[in-house]
Design a protein around this ligand. Structure first.
Ligand code: PDD
Length: 283
């Protein structure tokens, strides 16, 4: 099948999957999610995603009690039912299905929605264009909640302007992008915003930092400004499906291109790290 869905025990072709109107995810966005790569029907870095899910669930105080093993089995089953070798699997946990009152309903169980479909990796050799927008999101961007309106609007504005992403800033200080992290190369060092409440601690970001340290490339986890980004040797975008995409234009201005050797070295290191990890065990 091309795309498969699952909701609270039921599997279905994704286009036919139905969920109740009173799922609090529908009217409050009261839930959390993860998006994970599945290649050749094996997960990449699933435990890191599940750790982050756990953190998001704890913040929202959602008592999701399914064991990690059971959850992994459900996710695997969804991935196995999709034919494609290159998938992005999405899953969300919402607080409950209940009549609409803002406070938590009593006695209702959390809901698990999963779906997976073909999503190829983005080409790491293609130069990308981005726009810049103020970061109008809430205070806890480290929590992966369902409420994504600022990201949705930013992604649409980027698309309308022929760009692939929007770089967010707070008072001129770069945070991240609408659905990815932004990394900068400057003077041979890898810079990125610190993993505080202003950004999602991307799993891919974490891997790039780990690999840079292993390669003795200095890593600077400190906020940088838009001006510094315009003056970067290289800028790159990371997410689960975007493994270090080079940014070459920001708000119509040429950026990056000053250290493509180091950029390519990091891209290659990531690729072989991911390949090795998938070849050994998957996950
Ligand atoms: N987005 N920052 C934001 C705001 C994100 O939404 C994402 C992921 C990332 C990168 O995280 P990771 O490397 O763990 O994928 C950073 C996913 C892909 C999404 O919303 O679909």
């Amino acid at each position: 099948m091309d795309a498969v869905g699952y909701y609270n025990g039921e599997f279905a072709p994704l286009a036919e999957l139905k969920i109740p109107a009173l799922d609090r995810g529908v009217y409050f966005g009261d839930g959390v999610y993860e998006a994970v790569r599945v290649d050749q029907h094996r997960f990449f870095a699933l435990d890191e995603h599940l750790d982050r899910l756990q953190n998001s669930l704890a913040f929202l105080r959602i008592p999701f009690s399914m064991s990690r093993e059971t959850l992994k089995a459900v996710l695997q089953e969804v991935a196995d039912r999709v034919d494609s070798a290159h998938q992005q699997l999405y899953f969300q946990v919402t607080r409950a299905t209940a009549a609409r009152t803002h406070s938590f309903p009593e006695g209702a169980e959390p809901n698990l929605l999963v779906f997976s479909r073909e999503v190829p990796f983005a080409d790491v050799n293609e130069p990308r264009k981005v726009i810049v927008l103020p970061d109008i999101r809430w205070k806890y961007c480290n929590i992966k909640t369902l409420n994504l309106i600022p990201a949705v609007l930013a992604a649409q504005t980027a698309k309308e302007r022929g760009c692939c992403e929007a770089v967010f800033h707070r008072d001129g200080v770069v945070t991240e992008c609408s659905s990815s992290n932004l990394l900068m190369l400057k003077g041979g060092a890898l810079h990125t915003a610190p993993a505080d409440e202003h950004i999602l601690p991307g799993v891919t970001r974490g891997h790039f930092l780990m690999l840079a340290r292993q390669m003795n490339i200095p890593v600077v986890e400190r906020a940088f400004t838009l001006e510094q980004a315009y003056g970067a040797d290289e800028l790159m975008i990371t997410s689960t499906s975007a493994r270090g995409l080079p940014v070459r234009e920001m708000e119509g201005r040429a950026v990056g291109g000053g250290d493509s050797a180091l950029l390519k070295k990091l891209q290659a290191a990531y690729q072989s790290y991911a390949d090795d990890r998938m070849a050994s065990a998957g996950e």
